[in-house]
Design a protein around this ligand. Structure first.
Ligand SMILES: NC(=O)c1ccc[n+]([C@@H]2O[C@H](COP(=O)([O-])OP(=O)(O)OC[C@H]3O[C@@H](n4cnc5c(N)ncnc54)[C@H](OP(=O)(O)O)[C@@H]3O)[C@@H](O)[C@H]2O)c1
Length: 391
């Protein structure tokens, strides 16, 4: 169920999350309900696209009305175009929908994009220019200075970049681009955020073990993956190193000032279906203890939890004390796939502390991240012009 922000002074409250939360409660008491917003998914037939289709089945705020993919799929029904590989059946609602080219117009209010980066930049810009809010999982716009690179629990303040974006770009009314980070970056930035807030991160070194589904479908050839570890993932290390600093950076006036520490990343593809894992070592600016780190992480929550956003997990970080956790098969579904599981918090003989993180790469690392971003945008009034169309 979604509540309209019309009737409240949305502009005045936009940057005041507490006021927004109070307004949501008032509307809830008054029983003000708005219709669902219709969503078009770009890259709908792929690994992340399928997660969108699955996660948006019976979503209270969004319903999928349009799909797009490559010319391999154009004109086909989703059922015929999509090699469905997720557990469970393809949702009934999606089966008859036609697959279109990823260009406007599409019959929807807003766009969720999981296009390959090479095609995403132009396609997403076309939609924003045509007045569609674009909430993207692709990498093309992430590091653009006036585009928020958003993890709602960590840096919702970065949504202020949308004011600059509106001023800089000739997007039609309602058009905007918001991105979510790379799948491993989300896990790392969520894990570092409470440490950075409480102790200050000075340096971080991360070694990832990334699942096969991170390479999309059909992804890595079976003869490369079986009985093997691939010690290179194109572009991944650079993404983790630069995106983390933008996410943990602070708004300074109209721009994000990058966080002032260094991140070093090494990435490996391992023979696991879903769930990226990372060994992390950190140096901190202020004295800390294992107990202090544990407490900072396990008590960490943010605006999505305060606003009870539908896709938000109760606990963004779940700290486990067993020495042999987290493990992909056992922990990737934690919090509906939206929680990052942390284990092995220990003093480190070279850095200050080390720990292991694990998250579901196509849920918290991709489709779930985009959906949570959209829920946050809706809660902050950024999708209101669309709500008006339904009145
Ligand atoms: N997999 C993950 O864990 C993950 C996590 C975070 C971010 N991402 C990012 O999400 C995006 C999608 O990843 P994925 O894993 O879902 O990849 P994928 O399984 O290879 O799916 C790619 C999708 O894009 C469509 N597509 C390919 N070329 C196209 C073109 N030229 N024009 C229009 N559509 C085209 C495909 O349509 P057809 O089926 O018609 O070919 C398919 O729907 C990528 O940018 C990736 O970096 C992925």
């Amino acid at each position: 169920m979604v509540y309209s922000f019309f009737g409240d002074s949305a502009e005045r409250m936009r940057w005041n999350p507490a006021a927004l939360a109070r307004a949501a409660k008032r509307r809830h008491r008054r029983g003000i309900v708005q219709q669902k917003l219709s969503v078009g998914i770009l890259g709908a037939t792929g690994m992340v696209g399928q997660r969108f289709i699955q996660m948006l089945d019976r979503h209270p705020q969004f319903e999928v009305t349009a799909l797009a993919a490559s010319d391999r799929s154009h004109g086909k029904s989703y059922e015929d175009a999509c090699p469905w590989i997720l557990p469970g059946e393809m949702p009934m609602y999606a089966r008859p929908l036609r697959v279109h080219a990823p260009h406007p117009p599409l019959d929807c209010d807003l766009i969720f994009s999981s296009l390959p980066a090479e095609v995403a930049r132009n396609s997403e810009e076309e939609f924003a220019r045509a007045g569609y809010p674009v909430i993207s999982n692709s990498s093309s716009w992430r590091m653009t200075p006036d585009v928020p690179l958003l993890i709602p629990e960590v840096n919702h303040q970065h949504l202020r970049l949308l004011e600059t974006q509106r001023a800089n770009r000739n997007f039609a009314s309602g058009g905007l681009i918001v991105t979510n980070p790379n799948c491993s970056t989300i896990m790392l930035a969520l894990a570092l955020a409470p440490l950075h807030n409480r102790f200050g991160v000075r340096d971080a070194v991360v070694t990832t073990m990334q699942a096969l589904s991170g390479a999309g479908y059909p992804g890595v050839a079976s003869l490369d993956a079986t009985d093997n570890v691939l010690p290179f993932i194109e572009g991944e290390e650079e993404k983790i190193e630069r995106e983390t600093l933008k996410i943990l950076g602070r708004m300074n006036g109209k721009q994000v000032e990058r966080a002032l520490f260094s991140v070093s990343a090494q990435c490996n593809r391992v023979n696991v279906s879903d769930g990226h894992m990372a060994s992390v070592r950190v140096k901190l600016s202020r004295p800390a203890s294992v107990e202090g780190i544990r407490d900072a992480m396990s008590s960490f929550t943010g605006l999505p939890q305060e606003l009870h956003l539908y896709t938000a997990p109760k606990r963004p970080l779940i700290v486990r004390d067993e020495r042999d956790r987290p493990q992909p098969r056992l922990d990737r579904e934690a919090g509906g796939g939206m929680s990052v599981t942390i284990g092995g918090i220990m003093p480190d003989s070279v850095f200050d502390f080390r720990f292991v993180a694990l998250s579901h790469n196509t849920i918290r690392g991709a489709a779930g991240a985009t959906i949570l971003n959209a829920e946050l945008l809706a809660s902050q009034g950024h999708l209101d012009p669309l709500a008006a169309r339904h009145k």
